[in-house]
Design a protein. Structure first.
Length: 685
């Protein structure tokens, strides 16, 4: 008998594409994961990473039973225990702490799964009922998200499919080939139709290689470039005056500011030729339709929010929004009518107002910094899920010291013994995407996707939602909402805003959005206009206009640390996910620092040699690759490797800081000054 079937699901990973998956199951085992050809954005194609998802699910190092620590924190030595023993111990410890001070308990999670059910449903109900500290989930996209909201009214933009019709595409801060594959296919389609592709990125990425032009600006100077483009649009009257008059707010003030930024001034700040800026402005001002694919790398600097605001103003100046193939896309997630109150049940707080801890500053918070703790009590218990903070949080030496505290009770829900799991007191085996129900939005297209479980949970794994449901029962939480099944939570996520039957039938459903949503204005701001001058911004900052905010640690400012470092993801990893998938790690090879020949030669650095990258926050050892993928004055520390897989047990986040962005209180990973020297140890150390 042929025991083979196919199950439609959704990719759970932090990528704009949110693909529809088809999993082939034989005898209860997932043997293949492929893209769904019936889903237009996926079109039957997956990235290299997710095409190996069956390998990840059935990985020999998968955690299959609850574990209790028997060694010192960080050693990664555990013994198997039963679910009853694990949940009883967790409930007993949390009850004891909550009886004294529930805010001493902190959840820590992010986008290890992008699913609404396994990422932000029963877990939030649990911590709301408990009265635990709230987590400010800012580690990826909040500066750009808040900037977009202040300018356009939400995380909204043009529909991704219409990039295929654009005649000029600016790919700004995005290595699309590696991190937005399905958009790249649309860009290639546009190019075959005569479009010009321009990549704006400090690194000469694989995407830059394939574009018609690469503008290798210095990190954190994107706002200066955008303002100079505005200068040229004004100087040559490449403006849509009718659109500006009817559909924007604050034009005269923005015009005055932009006229201060001639191409020569911006060229000096950005480290590019003035001619490149002039040519780009001419192309953008005279080519229709013109579109901008902006990504979140732009906003991981001190002035990241201002940079996104400045770039988001450009389409309204030229009236690019009038055409469906014109405008801008950073994120489409604001278009999804998710009923988060139904999922998360903030009413369970019952009037309590716990303090909020910013996840970017988890290192300081765990070490007792009063500001990072928002004036609240020390953290006594930490529950980590959908994240690997010891590897991914900035200034990781502090994060490690915090997690190593003997008086900190730590629970980790995981698939593998990650850097963070090594510091846990209890590790709980979680299901992968192939083993549970979930429902998804997207931030690169406008389809809702449903994920059905393709196989039974491997070993004793349980879904995140089930784990928190069972913990709630042991804590004595009797509200009916704690009995909701994972499938019921999927149905609650969109409520009456979506036909769940359509999702069950097809696996996906498209939102009804106009092809050119802002052709006649109608932005979801309070004014209904594209707000160049944001009233909300002016309440928080000096004025409401976007401006250039220099990096705190720019290239060449500190003689001790003359190089700027950015830390983009290695092509075959996604944050710290997939690092332990051997086939993918074999492709990446080893932790690498890309350094330009002009910077390598005076330091005596050659390709393949081990180097030491350092600043006041720490030291990181990796192998050097001398390459013009790095521009002069900037090095690229490709991440994010697990610390324990690095040459000396660290990774690139040993060097990054916990400083926050100008808006959104996000991280400044790409605002980091370092020095590089040959390592005193051999490359194999």
């Amino acid at each position: 008998m042929n025991d083979t079937r196919e199950v439609v699901g959704a990719c759970p990973h932090d990528c704009p594409d949110t693909c529809s998956l088809i999993t082939t199951v034989q005898a209860g085992r997932a043997v293949r994961v492929r893209g769904n050809p019936a889903h237009p954005p996926t079109d039957g194609v997956l990235c290299t990473k997710v095409s190996r998802y069956a390998e990840r699910t059935h990985h020999p190092e998968r955690i299959l039973t609850p574990l209790r620590r028997v060694g010192a924190k960080g050693e990664g030595r555990f013994e198997p225990i039963s679910w009853d023993a694990a949940l009883d111990e967790i409930a007993t410890r949390l009850k004891g702490i909550a009886a004294r001070q529930p805010q001493a308990i902190l959840p820590y999670s992010y986008a290890g799964t992008m699913g609404l059910v396994q990422g932000e449903s029963m877990d939030r109900r649990f911590f709301h009922q408990l009265g635990a500290s709230l987590l400010e989930r800012t580690i990826c996209a909040t500066a750009g998200g808040e900037a977009l909201t202040r300018t356009l009214g939400g995380k909204v933009g043009m529909k991704v499919e219409f990039f295929a019709e654009s005649k000029l595409i600016l790919i700004w801060g995005s290595n699309s080939i590696a991190s937005n594959l399905h958009f790249w296919r649309l860009a290639q389609q546009a190019r075959r139709g005569g479009a010009r592709l321009v990549c704006i990125d400090p690194r000469r990425t694989e995407t830059a290689d394939k574009c018609d032009e690469h503008i290798a600006l210095l990190p954190g100077t994107d706002a200066a470039l955008a303002l100079a483009l505005m200068h040229e649009l004004i100087a040559h009257d490449w403006l849509d005056h009718g659109y500006i008059e009817r559909h924007t707010l604050g034009w005269s003030a923005l015009r005055e500011r932009a006229l201060l930024w001639n191409p020569e001034r911006a060229a000096q700040v950005c480290g590019v030729a003035a001619g490149q800026i002039i040519d780009l402005a001419r192309a953008y001002g005279t080519t229709k339709p013109a579109a901008i694919r902006l990504n979140y790398g732009v906003q991981r600097c001190a002035g990241g929010g201002n940079a996104v605001r400045a770039i988001a103003c450009l389409p309204a100046l030229t009236g690019a929004w009038r055409q469906r193939a014109g405008g801008l896309l950073l994120s489409s997630s604001g278009a999804f009518p998710v009923d988060r109150a139904a999922l998360q049940r903030p009413d369970l707080l019952a009037g309590r107002r716990p303090r909020t801890v910013n996840m970017v500053r988890i290192g300081d918070a765990l070490l007792g910094d009063a500001d990072a703790l928002a004036g609240g009590p020390p953290i006594e218990a930490l529950v980590v899920y959908n994240s690997n903070p010891v590897a991914v949080a900035p200034e990781s030496a502090k994060v490690v010291r915090g997690f190593a505290r003997d008086d900190l009770f730590t629970v980790v829900l995981e698939h593998f013994l990650t850097d963070t799991a090594d510091y846990a007191d209890i590790v709980l085996p979680a299901t992968t995407q192939l083993e549970h129900w979930d429902i998804h939005l997207a931030y690169g297209h406008t389809d809702v996707l449903l994920n059905r479980p393709a196989i039974a949970p491997v070993g004793q794994a349980k879904s995140n939602a089930r784990i928190f449901r069972e913990l709630a029962a042991r804590m004595g939480f009797g509200a009916p909402c704690f009995a909701d099944s994972d499938e019921a939570l999927c149905r609650q996520a969109y409520g009456d805003n979506l036909d769940f039957g359509e999702l069950l039938h097809h696996g996906f459903a498209s939102l009804k959005i106009a092809d050119a949503p802002f052709a006649e204005g109608g932005f979801p701001t309070a004014s209904g206009h594209c707000e160049f001058n944001s009233e909300q911004t002016s309440t928080d900052e000096r004025d409401g206009l976007p401006g250039h905010v220099p990096n705190r640690e720019p290239s060449g400012q500190d003689a001790r640390y003359p190089l700027a470092m950015i830390s983009p993801p290695a092509r075959h990893f996604l944050n710290s996910s997939f690092v332990n998938v051997q086939s993918l790690r074999s492709i990446e090879g080893e932790p690498l620092l890309e350094i330009h020949p002009d910077d390598a030669a005076p330091r005596g650095i050659v390709s393949g040699a081990q180097v030491e990258v350092f600043n006041d926050r720490g030291r990181y050892h990796c192998n050097a690759r001398v390459s013009d993928r790095a521009r002069p004055g900037v090095v690229n520390g490709l991440g994010i490797w697990w610390r324990k897989l690095g040459p000396r047990g660290t990774n690139v986040n040993e060097l990054t800081s916990q400083a926050l962005t100008d808006m959104g209180r996000g991280p400044t990973f790409y605002d980091c000054a370092v020095q590089v020297a040959p390592s005193s140890a051999p490359a194999s150390a």
